[in-house]
Design a protein. Structure first.
Length: 164
């Protein structure tokens, strides 16, 4: 149960972090700052974003390794493609920007966007898969203690009324 809960939380953190960064932070920076300031800021932030994705997906891969092979493979693929994006694709994007190669930048940036969207969708699928499996694991579980105590309290109150 602890591994399942921790893995769900790490996967949710990965999904939420990538979603917030992609649709919140990056979009905000480009609307709130001039392009000559926003570009360098995003360039400095992306290596940290990819490190977050790599670390969180590897942590989730470890947890899912105990729970679900398919989810584990997906998390390893997210980590591997994030390493590629950070170490290969990002320097190529930066070089295209520095050289003023607008067309090349657009193609490479488009690939980066597709990879990130694939990461978000894949982590959402794993999150749903784990959540559904977690619910199924507990379908035969006994009623929670607080529910049993509440039921006993109501039974006691009902029996007191019927006795009078």
């Amino acid at each position: 149960m602890i591994v399942t809960s921790a893995t769900l939380l790490v996967t949710a953190l990965l999904f939420g972090g990538m979603t917030l960064y992609s649709f919140g932070f990056a979009a905000f920076v480009f609307t709130a700052l001039p392009a000559e300031t926003a570009g360098p800021l995003i360039r400095k932030a992306f290596p940290h974003f990819y490190l977050f994705v790599i670390a969180a997906s590897l942590a989730a891969a470890i947890g899912t390794g105990f729970l679900d092979v398919v989810s584990c493979v997906v998390m390893v693929l997210i980590a591997a493609s994030a390493i590629f994006a950070r170490q290969v694709l990002m320097p190529m994007i930066n070089a295209a920007t520095d050289a003023g190669e607008t067309k090349r930048f657009k193609v490479l940036h488009g690939a980066s966007v597709i990879i990130t969207l694939a990461h978000i969708i894949a982590s959402a699928a794993v999150l749903i898969r784990l959540a559904v499996a977690g619910v199924a694991d507990y379908s035969d579980a006994p009623e929670p203690l607080c529910s049993m105590r509440a039921a006993q309290t109501f039974d006691t109150l009902d029996s007191g009324r019927s006795a009078s």
